[in-house]
Ligand binder design. Structure first.
Ligand code: GDP
Ligand code: MG
Length: 609
């Protein structure tokens, strides 16, 4: 396939608008996969993806399609929609010349539609608007779902993106209606990749994963030249040399082809020992034929940190192995060892967002049967010292105490984001109120059509990593969507709040707050902890404090009798039940000094209430 017969494109959309379903239809139409109902969302390969119905990892598949008598090689990249994974989207786009921007006909433009549109727009990609979940063009209102209104969606696209809505395709990925118009549009509207196969090799590394049989697999977009099996290649970034042991296309599984040519997107298995050597955005060239490296990517930035500890200290080594394996496939997780006085040895992991953290925890538990305690997530705070040094704080326990600050610290800063919210106009009041209580500052305000509003707010990242999303959904009956981009650090009046059990601070429960929140959160946390700490043989005092100043105190009274004393000897099954329940409760318990603290203690503090 010469470059004029190649098209590289991706599908981008808000979560649940049907990207993966559309990808399935296209793979079926081209005979790349067979038409079987069991073949649902074939590109969602991870268990978490199937279970949650979301795409976490971008996936690539090649197809061969005949259009007007000519055969074309089409490379499709299915991307995740969720804000945490926009990093995946932007690097996938660098391997494409165009994209299908999919919008659900019932839901209309949502926050990630806007975010993804601008990612594609800023990379100069040709954008084909596609309205999905439409049953038929010709019969009024015979849409495949009741509330679908493709004309209104088309108008929204015109006002938000300045695209010509008459160019929008109206399809149903589920039933297949009009899906046959997509690939012809891809071929006719999206330019073919530029590249010269006679020039020296220039290959962009844009994704990689670890395969337990063959080792590291790299996805590459060949910008110039050719890459053959057996070629010796060099990484511009590390100058490491490798041998290309196998090259081929994702069709949709790895199919060796012996060579990849300029314009193609495919995989290469090279003698790479460690997945960490695969730097996303790197350029490969042929040994002795160095080239100017392609513009790379900024490394993914950790926005949220959390401590992960084994419930049972004996599982430390096993958990370490699992974390290493999982991060082989997800280089965006930042890993550091950490020791907590309360929880022992563990790790401080950095994630792209809270969904990313949640998916990681779930994969640890599901794929590696790990039993872990996850501490409350925190954003990275910045401390500017009087001597000019800047320290990034990833663990609240490390945040300077109030006594320390006046002597050594000149400024405290927290990360800020610019958030985009889109919702039906009747929710304007509740949405503005929500952002207001989260220390937000309104920046922009726009009607997308008669009923839909888009607002932009500057918000502290710390305010949205807890339960902002849940609150947004509940206050808008599920209709609001939200996306954000980071916009750097800003000075802030921050303080560390400690939690003390029987007078001893528990480092793993410390948190950093804005001064205006201490009273409310301090009281609330003490109450919540009281609710989850079971009675022990002695009284437990729970205190929240800033420095030596106590904010709130609650007491869990001592247990008076054994729990089984209530069953007057007779009812054995009831007794067994209670004993089992007690044992069950022990499973996820950490003994802190003398107090047993359940995992729920950490979970309960994640919501601000
Ligand atoms: P993604 O998050 O964008 O990848 O979305 P999915 O492909 O996972 O689809 C989300 C949901 O929308 C699934 O339940 C699909 O079955 C459903 N869906 C996708 N396309 C259509 C369509 O054309 N009509 C209807 N009614 N549902 C669809
Ligand atoms: Mg998907």
């Amino acid at each position: 396939f010469t470059t004029d017969r190649i098209r590289n494109f991706s599908v981008i959309a808000h979560i649940d608008h049907g990207k993966s379903t559309l990808a399935d239809r296209l793979l079926e139409m081209t005979g790349t996969i067979s038409k079987r109902s069991s073949n649902k969302q074939v590109l969602d390969k991870l268990e978490v993806e199937r279970e949650r119905g979301i795409t976490v990892k971008a996936q690539t598949a090649s197809m061969i399609y005949e259009h007007k008598g000519t055969r074309y090689l089409l490379n499709l990249i299915d991307t995740p929609g969720h804000v945490d994974f926009s990093y995946e989207v932007s690097r996938s786009l660098s391997a494409c010349q165009g994209t299908l921007l999919l919008v659900d006909a019932c839901q209309g433009i949502q926050a990630q539609t806007v975010a993804n549109f601008f990612l594609a727009f800023s990379q100069d990609l040709t954008i084909i608007p596609v309205i999905n979940k439409v049953a038929s063009l010709y019969v009024v209102c015979a849409i495949d779902m009741v509330a679908a209104d493709p004309e209104r969606i088309a108008r929204q696209m015109e006002s938000a993106f300045d695209v010509d809505a008459s160019e929008a395709l109206k399809v149903s990925a589920k039933t297949g209606i009009n899906v046959d118009q997509i690939l012809p549009a891809v071929i006719e509207r999206i330019p073919s990749p530029v590249g010269d196969r006679e020039k020296p090799l220039r290959a962009l590394l844009f994704d990689s994963w670890y395969d337990q049989y063959v080792g590291v697999v790299c996805l590459v977009a060949i910008k110039d030249g050719q890459l053959r099996k057996g070629d010796r290649i060099v990484s511009s970034h590390t100058e490491n040399k490798y041998e290309a042991m196998e090259v081929g296309l994702m069709y949709p599984e790895q199919v060796p082809t012996g060579a990849l040519y300029a314009g193609q997107v495919g995989y290469v298995v090279c003698s790479m020992k460690n997945a960490k050597e695969a730097h996303i955005g790197d350029t490969f060239y042929r040994l002795k034929h160095p080239v100017e490296p392609l513009p790379g990517f900024e490394p993914a930035k950790s926005m949220v940190f959390a401590g992960i500890y084994p419930v049972d200290a004996d599982d430390f080594a096993q958990l370490e192995e699992s974390i290493v394996k999982l991060t082989l496939n997800d280089a965006s997780v930042n890993v550091q060892k950490e020791t907590s006085l309360a929880l022992g040895q563990g790790w401080r992991l950095g994630f792209l967002g809270t969904l990313h953290l949640d998916v990681f925890r779930q994969r640890l538990e599901q794929e590696y049967a790990a039993s872990v305690i996850v501490t409350q997530p925190t954003v990275p705070f910045k401390v500017v010292m009087k001597d000019g040094k800047e320290v990034l704080i990833r663990t609240p326990a490390d945040f300077p105490s109030p006594e320390h600050i006046p002597h050594h610290v000149s400024e405290l800063q927290e990360p800020m984001v610019l958030a985009t919210l889109i919702f039906p106009s009747e929710y304007l009041g509740p949405m503005m109120e929500l952002c207001g209580t989260r220390r937000g500052e309104q920046q922009e305000y726009q009607y997308l059509d008669d009923h839909r509003v888009m607002i932009k707010y500057k918000l502290p990242l710390a305010e949205i990593v807890t339960d902002f999303y849940d609150e947004l959904k509940s206050r808008s009956s599920g209709f609001a969507s939200f996306d954000y981009e980071e916009i750097g650090y800003q000075e802030s009046d921050l303080v560390k709040m400690d939690v003390l059990l029987n007078g001893k601070p528990v480092d793993a429960l410390a948190t950093v707050l804005h001064r205006s929140q201490i009273q409310v959160v301090g009281r609330d946390w003490a109450k919540r902890l009281k609710g989850v700490i079971q009675r022990q043989l002695f009284e437990v005092a729970i205190q929240t404090a800033v420095g030596s100043r106590v904010i709130a105190r609650e007491t869990v009274p001592a247990m008076r009798k054994n729990v089984t004393a209530k069953c007057y000897g007779g009812d054995v099954t009831r007794k067994m039940k209670l004993l089992n329940k007690q044992r069950e409760g022990k499973k996820r318990m950490k003994r802190l000094g003398s107090v047993d603290l359940p995992q729920e203690a950490f979970l309960t503090l994640m919501n601000k209430g």
